[in-house]
Design a protein around this ligand. Structure first.
Ligand SMILES: Cc1cc2nc3c(=O)[nH]c(=O)nc-3n(C[C@H](O)[C@H](O)[C@H](O)COP(=O)(O)OP(=O)(O)OC[C@H]3O[C@@H](n4cnc5c(N)ncnc54)[C@H](O)[C@@H]3O)c2cc1C
Ligand code: SF4
Length: 363
């Protein structure tokens, strides 16, 4: 229960009082607790930036409530709206799509990240309880925002489209299309991009219907765990059982870096192990040449290569989506920009949630 109490110190009281929907659930990411400990930082929590810093995040109910608009219902915007409402401001949250959660709606399809849905549900419930107005399918425009005293811009990111000859080939898909199951990848796949989302997409494509990460016995079998603890370290003496990869995947990146360098300190090894066991090939320092019916043509250290692929998936980073700030600035509006809209940092919900909370406290 150590991590759940970081996510919500009132966990036990809420459970005892039958208010489980009010509990902020630990999503098992390790990003602000264990990863911090291993780098000498204070332990906190991704879903609850107040943890360990309660003196910085004191909530004082305001005597002069303002009209606050939050543009964007990803986790950055949700945290901002929730904190602003808790302080006592009159909050309207605009979300362009038909659901709250932003990129967390994609992340929750990745093996091991199903709990991300709980964070969306927690914030949505909190906003409803606090009487904030949620407007879905409502892209905020600068004209609409004119009547508010303060605007928090939390409009997130757009996927970066690399400039490669043939990028509009029918074989090419974007990570969001794959994770939303709008497109189904073939048996041979090339992934453009070796960052966290590239790893997540590979894990998603390799995950069968066996759900070994959900069923304890299947999980133990997959990871070679000896549940009877008869052997040293509780691992099966025979080692990890062989895995039959569901797809043949090659990951490509322009950088010379080793793959997975940006993954979490205490969780990255799991993602790397899954890909290694499934024989995912990783090629760095790639120059992309062109895409055609055969696959993606690259050069590595000057030598041309063809990576044959049925599907080529773009996971080549993101750009901030912030079309509102300039108009708000020229209209002289008070505003703040948080999360991906301020800086597109790929797997960076920790910063988005903290920035959203702090922006609301500063209104
Ligand atoms: C597959 C995947 C896995 C991930 N895994 C992790 C992880 O393990 N750990 C981690 O920390 N992060 C992870 N992330 C990244 C994380 O989801 C983002 O860092 C985080 O969602 C950023 O939140 P945000 O609120 O800034 O933006 P977003 O989540 O992008 O939300 C922005 C929202 O604004 C809306 N919007 C846009 N324009 C407007 C407008 N004009 N008006 C109203 N609404 C608008 C969009 O529809 C969207 O809902 C992952 C992302 C993906 C895609
Ligand atoms: S940082 Fe992540 S794993 Fe750690 S307590 Fe918070 S939600 Fe749980």
């Amino acid at each position: 229960m150590a991590r759940p109490f970081l996510a919500d110190e009132a966990f036990a009281a809420k459970a005892r009082n039958g208010k489980s929907e009010e509990i902020n659930i630990c999503i098992a990411c390790n990003q602000a607790c264990l990863d911090h400990i291993f780098t000498g930082e204070f332990a906190s929590c991704l879903v609850n930036p107040r943890a360990g810093r309660e003196d910085e995040f004191t909530v004082k109910v305001t005597r002069s409530a303002k009209k606050v608009a939050v543009a964007g219902g990803g986790v950055g915007g949700l945290a901002a709206a929730e904190m602003a409402a808790r302080i006592g401001h009159n909050v309207v949250l605009f979300e362009a799509s038909d659901r709250l959660g932003g990129q967390f709606n994609l992340a929750q399809h990745v093996p091991g990240k199903a709990e991300f849905a709980e964070t969306i549900a927690y914030f949505e419930n909190a906003l409803i309880r606090q009487g904030a107005e949620i407007r879905l399918q409502s892209p905020a425009t600068s004209a609409e925002l004119d009547s508010f005293d303060h605007v928090v811009v939390a409009t997130g990111v757009t996927a970066r489209q690399p400039v490669i000859d043939g990028i509009d080939h029918p074989k090419v898909a974007f990570y969001a299309e794959i994770l939303r199951r709008q497109r189904v990848a073939g048996e041979t796949v090339a992934i453009i991009g070796g960052g966290g989302i590239g790893f997540d997409v590979a894990a998603f494509l390799l995950d069968g219907d066996d759900h070994h990460h959900q069923d304890p016995e299947a999980f133990a079998a997959y990871w070679g765990i000896d549940m009877a603890v008869n052997s040293d370290g509780g691992l099966q003496a025979a080692g990890l059982p062989a895995v039959m990869p569901r797809r043949q995947i090659t990951m490509l990146q322009r950088k010379q870096d080793r793959f997975g360098r940006t993954l979490g300190l205490t969780t990255g090894w799991v993602h790397k192990a899954i890909l290694q066991r499934n024989n995912v090939q990783q090629i760095a320092a790639v120059d992309y040449r062109h895409i055609d019916d055969d696959g993606i043509h690259i050069t590595v250290a000057g030598a041309p290569r063809l990576i044959a692929a049925d599907t080529i998936i773009v996971c080549a980073g993101q750009e901030p989506e912030d079309q509102l700030s300039a108009a708000l600035k020229s209209a002289g509006k008070a505003y703040s920009v948080v999360g991906g809209a301020r800086l597109a940092g790929e797997l960076d919900a920790k910063r988005a949630i903290e920035e959203g909370s702090r922006a609301a406290m500063a209104i």
